[in-house]
Design a protein around this ligand. Sequence first.
Ligand code: PEP
Ligand code: CO
Length: 450
Amino acid sequence: MTQTWAPSSWRDRPAGQQPEWPDADGLDRALKQIESYPPLVFAGEARSLQASLAEVAVGNAFLLQAGDCAESFEEFSAVNIREKLRVILQMAVVLTYSMGVPVVKVGRMAGQFAKPRSSANERVGDEDIPSFRGHMINDAAPNPLARVPNPERLVQTYNQSASTMNLLRAFTKGGFADLNRVHAWTQEFVSSSPSGRRYERVAAEIARAMRFMRAAGIDTESNPNLSTVDVFTSHEALLLGYEEALTRQDSLTGGWYDCSAHMLWIGERTRQLDGAHVEFLRGVGNPIGCKIGPTTTVREVLELCQALNPAHQPGRLTLISRMGAGNVERVLPPLLRAVTDAGYPVVWACDPMHGNTYSAPNGRKTRHFDSVVAEIDGFVRAHRAEGTWPGGIHVELTGDAVTECLGGSDAVSEDQLDHRYETMCDPRLNGRQSLDLAFRVAELITNDQR
Ligand code: PEP
Ligand code: CO
């Protein structure tokens, strides 16, 4: 690892998963344009998220990171953003209420537009065409023309991220997320489910506590701790040209921050120690994540900690374990032990989605709710055995009544997958399944504390 770092030093390293842009001049123009635009987040906000994550690292808080697998240029509306926020707020209420610790809320939102792919091509009929790589790069339509990478999409990514961020700030600071409105966050289709009714009981108890506080003279309406929330943004830092163009020097500290989002993560396919993604993210001051899959070795995880958090800063690095339900209790414990023994204060989060994907007989990619719960269960058990804190979950979800993942309290079945299969990429939990999951996670963790 070289000692010097610059926003462009990743360019000397092998960078996986970068598209081949046919229009090099167009790419250059788009990146220059983005470079001239204002940052999407302020460095101080990234530091504030890191301070919250430091609380997670020591076991005093819990991380909820959630949102789309891939955001879409087409499904871009206030309703869509509001419904996703709504389910995240509901899950956070359930987790906070049951666990009694603050929940740090981070959306896979306002920038999650680029996807790593296992295969560069995809078979459509009897033709091989380039894979869909996210709306930041190409279009999902199954024809070769749609799949040509178009650099104008980078500028559109910036613009959509800015609007999404703006609305998120408005909702979270302008009254929508006010705890005095905890009842109003339930969508109709969620409220009629068993966990929806359970949520209503939690909401009623919170409303009662708020009435009590008001009676005792506490102004719950204008207390920012009750009337506003912080929802941070995150995405996989995959397209390094785009991330570089939004990397700015903080005027307060002089440090470099990737101002495309508060938190950035490195995917399972691009976490090579000598690769461009590790090189880029090691130099930015944001809190960062790194996915670790079932082949991760003790040596690799220690090298990643050393490269990404050499100063041992709490909250700087979140290791996002995505092992698969059948692997987690075998693979994770030695990693927990090694990182703890080496004294790295990381946040351990569980992504119970990406190790549990399979194809249903009709060809749809899906995940079963029971495997998602089983992976979190194994994750919590592994932490219990090692005396470490199961710090959070990282999930793909939507507020809508889609049928992409199987099971849950509605028991979505394989023959229902076609009813509403709308994801741009991986299958997401729907609103009901997401709330079901929040209750199950709260039970698993509080059992753990007992
Ligand atoms: C993702 O989070 O959508 C993803 C591609 O995950 P992973 O890198 O863990 O496969
Ligand atoms: Co995904």
